[in-house]
Design a protein. Structure first.
Length: 128
């Protein structure tokens, strides 16, 4: 999971810049069309959460505890919910939201994997 956290963190940070640029364009388009959509604004929010999640992913990749994984799951989960509920005609936001959802789910899986590893190491230390 350490390699996945590093790779997903780097990809999330790199995608953040692209999502920000695309969201600004969508926001201008929404304003000019006066269609009442908020996909540009929600894209910016998703990009900020994606940046925060990417940084968390890189920083907590070597941690033994589950606090970093819980924080990653929350941050990526919020980004996914915001993006998937408000993408409107900006359908690329749904793709970035699914990326956030995948990262959030893998953070939850990482919590359980670390729990099994810590339980196994505790039982080994008690036997010795």
């Amino acid at each position: 999971m350490k390699i996945w956290k590093l790779v997903s963190g780097i990809i999330s940070i790199a995608l953040c810049g692209f999502v920000i640029f695309q969201s600004c364009s969508a926001g201008v388009s929404n304003s000019l069309m006066e269609n009442g959509e908020v996909s540009g604004t929600s894209g910016l929010i998703v990009a900020i959460f994606m940046l925060a999640g990417g940084i968390l992913s890189i920083v907590t990749r070597n941690s033994e505890g589950k606090g970093g994984n819980i924080a990653m799951a929350i941050v990526f989960g919020i980004a996914a919910v915001i993006g998937l509920t408000t993408f409107g005609s900006f359908s690329d936001l749904a793709i970035w939201s699914v990326w956030c959802l995948v990262n959030g789910v893998l953070a939850v899986i990482s919590i359980f994997i670390n729990r099994k590893k810590s339980a196994a190491s505790e039982s080994n230390s008690k036997e010795q």
